[in-house]
Ligand binder design. Structure first.
Ligand code: NAD
Length: 480
């Protein structure tokens, strides 16, 4: 890897957003922001510490006293204000995601637009949700849970911020957001959006900092009532364990090893491109990525040939170029992680159909990897069981529909899955037997009202629309 070079235009972030104002960081640790396409230093961020976090929690607690009592209509208005403010910065948020994360521009825009869509989706969900219900002498009211700590991952930071913030505000919670420290440029734009949205002071506080400092304080602090987390299983388990000390409510959006079942009646000219989109979206750095492709043995040779051909379209390179399909990985650490999995796949006897170890030719300066497809994969191999979080696809052959379903469910994860086939009734029947929070049929698609979240190790609870708002509410029964 080329040495990190000094750039002319270094961006510097030294403030957090607390109690409706930009506040200089009390924490003094400085982190470099590195451009993943070439390893250049492009910015520096002053990371918050426990004191910054406690100030933000105190502001959120003060604000909750009145914000927790707002009406549905008032909160709908705040959601609309957020929607207007974030919509105005779509280009800036996309540009920041391309620059600091290396997200390919087309997909980065889709991610940002999905984030923007979270606000009207929450407003619709809020309007549909009955906040009080009565029968006989009983009334049940849904009350906001209190101060929420929102912690996000780096692979779609803007989307996660918008999703969590929209649900929390819709429910009447006040928040302290701790975005991924690897997404500080995107976070800075989001802070400006929140400021422009003119929410009441203290409703949304944002502290940029490390997980084991700012995140840990949120999890530990008795004034935080709920944690909504997107990230890895290991950190999620720690949050559940440590949060128990103060009886935190938790929503955990964790990893995946999602299966795509290609049925034997699938039209391959549509099914193969769809399977590859599922596998390689967001350069493979996607929790929902369909990284296990289950194919009928009877059609294996044809499928291998078609994958090899279709992979020619998966060009790796400058994420700002609209023709690029796969950008760099986010960091050197992530680059090395993916290399180690590709090596492991080869050692365990899988066959490289496309790609392999090392940088693509001419892209040695950045964190670029070769999009890789393995065939001859058994489901008990490491590359079929563990989340790689990069552009690596394992093709697993099956003999029968029942075997395909069994392999699909033979995973500790259960976040997302896909079924590709011509007979829609059959595809639905297969979908109904998959253990996953979401199943898509015949293409990657999204619906901001449909719940998002995982079975098994993929998490606890749901986000999106009214399901996301419910996660920030507590039912209270009054009996006369
Ligand atoms: P990560 O778990 O390393 O970090 C996620 C966030 O947690 C970051 O903000 C980090 O600073 C913070 N954190 C780290 N240690 C902490 C601690 N001790 N206490 C509190 N917070 C702490 O995950 P990542 O590398 O940023 O993201 C990749 C992972 O996220 C993958 O496993 C991926 O599948 C998962 N993910 C899941 C979803 C989903 O919706 N289910 C979406 C995107 C990513």
């Amino acid at each position: 890897m080329k040495a990190i070079m000094k750039s002319e235009k270094i961006k510097t972030i030294t403030t957090h957003y607390i109690d409706g104002a930009f506040v200089e960081s009390h924490g003094r640790e400085v982190m470099d922001i590195i451009k993943p396409t070439n390893g250049q230093l492009i910015g520096r961020v002053m990371l918050g510490d426990e004191e910054d976090t406690r100030r933000a929690i105190a502001a959120a607690k003060r604000a909750f006293a009145s914000f927790g009592r707002t009406t549905k209509d008032e909160r709908s208005r705040y959601l609309r204000q957020l929607h207007v403010a974030v919509s105005a910065r779509i280009d800036d948020l996309t540009a920041a995601m391309v620059e600091e994360y290396g997200g390919v521009v087309q997909f980065a825009r889709v991610i940002v637009e999905s984030g923007v869509a979270a606000f009207p989706a929450a407003e619709k969900g809020l309007q549909e949700l009955p906040m009080t219900q009565s029968w006989g002498k009983t009334t049940v009211a849904l009350e906001p849970v209190g101060v929420a700590g929102l912690i996000t991952a780096w692979n779609a930071n803007t989307l996660f911020i918008c999703l969590k913030l929209a649900s929390a505000v819709g429910a009447g919670c006040t928040v302290v957001l701790k975005p991924s420290e690897l997404s500080s440029l995107q976070t800075q734009v989001m802070i400006e959006c929140v400021n422009a949205a003119k929410l009441p002071k203290g409703v949304c506080n944002i502290v940029i900092g490390r997980g084991d400092v700012v995140g840990a304080e949120l999890v530990r602090n008795p004034d935080v009532d709920k944690i909504s987390f997107t990230g890895s299983v290991g950190v999620g388990q720690g949050i559940m364990r440590d949060g128990a000390a103060t009886m935190k409510r938790v929503t955990l959006e964790l990893g995946g090893k999602s299966p795509t079942i290609l049925l034997d009646d699938a039209a391959l000219d549509q099914a193969i491109p769809a399977a590859l989109v599922l596998a390689f979206m967001n350069s493979g750095q996607a929790c929902a990525a369909g990284t296990r492709l289950l194919v009928p043995k009877s059609r294996l040779d044809e499928i291998k040939r078609r994958i090899r051909e279709a992979m020619r379209a998966y060009t790796v390179g400058d994420p700002a170029d609209p023709k690029t399909a796969i950008g760099p990985m986010v960091s050197q650490k992530q680059y090395e992680r993916i290399q180690s999995y590709i090596r492991k796949g080869i050692e365990e006897g899988a066959e490289v159909l496309v790609g392999g170890e090392g940088h693509p030719k001419g892209l040695e300066a950045g964190y670029f990897v070769k999009p890789t497809v393995f065939v001859n994969v058994r489901n008990d191999m490491t590359i079929a069981q563990e989340e790689i979080f990069g552009p690596v696809l394992s093709v697993i052959a099956y003999d029968s529909e029942d075997e395909a379903i069994r392999i699909a469910n033979d995973s500790k994860y259960g976040l997302h899955s896909a079924v590709l086939g011509t007979d829609i009734q059959r595809a639905r029947r297969v979908a109904s037997q998959l253990q996953a929070g979401r199943v898509v049929i015949n293409n990657m698609t999204d619906d901001p009202q449909a719940p998002w979240g995982g079975f098994k190790y993929s998490g606890v609870g749901r986000e999106y629309g009214k399901y996301g708002i419910e996660a920030f509410l507590e039912p209270k029964a009054i009996l006369e």
